[in-house]
Design a protein around this ligand. Sequence first.
Ligand code: ZN
Length: 233
Amino acid sequence: MRFAVISDIHSNIQALTRALATIDERGADKIYCLGDIVGYGGNPNECVDLIRARAALCVLGNHDMAAVDPEHADYFSRPGRIAIEWTHSVLTQQNIEFLASLPFVASTEVCTLVHASPLDPPLWQYVLSLQVAKPQFQAFSTPICFIGHTHVPGICGEDLKTFVLKKGKRFLINVGSVGQPRDGNPQLSFGFFDVEAWKYENIRVTYDIDKAAQAIRIQGLPSTLATRLYQGV
Ligand code: ZN
């Protein structure tokens, strides 16, 4: 059993189709999605349609929640709020209903799936330090918990000093972002997990950033949302 974990697509259909093509080339039994399917980018319906068709499990992201009801976007940056209000106005009823139906947490025998943090999912906490990572381990019982939200890929063991996957230890794994990487590398990011081999691989792939940036500009969304894709910030 081998599965792919994708997160933070953010209405970037160019990055999503490239990620799915890579998953299909390499082969995966299942695809799990950690949310933030929409927000920021220019193709929200296309992205939700694809996730509905391809993901075996999907959890709710803060942008998905705000796309259903933009009152949840109070704390967003101005460009983020403009994009989510536009997203809300163009999403089909079927896609709004799909986003509204997503759970905060999902799990399998192997892993817990949550957008931001297992400790308090609706808080949308950023797990970016060992201090924040530490209490998260009390909040899940599976060997692995996959998270997104920061758009920065990484892996951390329960002892807070193991950063390479090992069997017998528990790990938090951030798969990074498909549609808006923020670790200085503009290549899309996601993860592959092989259950038999107990192996995790973070994948980075180039995609058509010009087209994704153009889609943002065509919709009249803030241009910073387009330019940041080139820098991976
Ligand atoms: Zn996000």
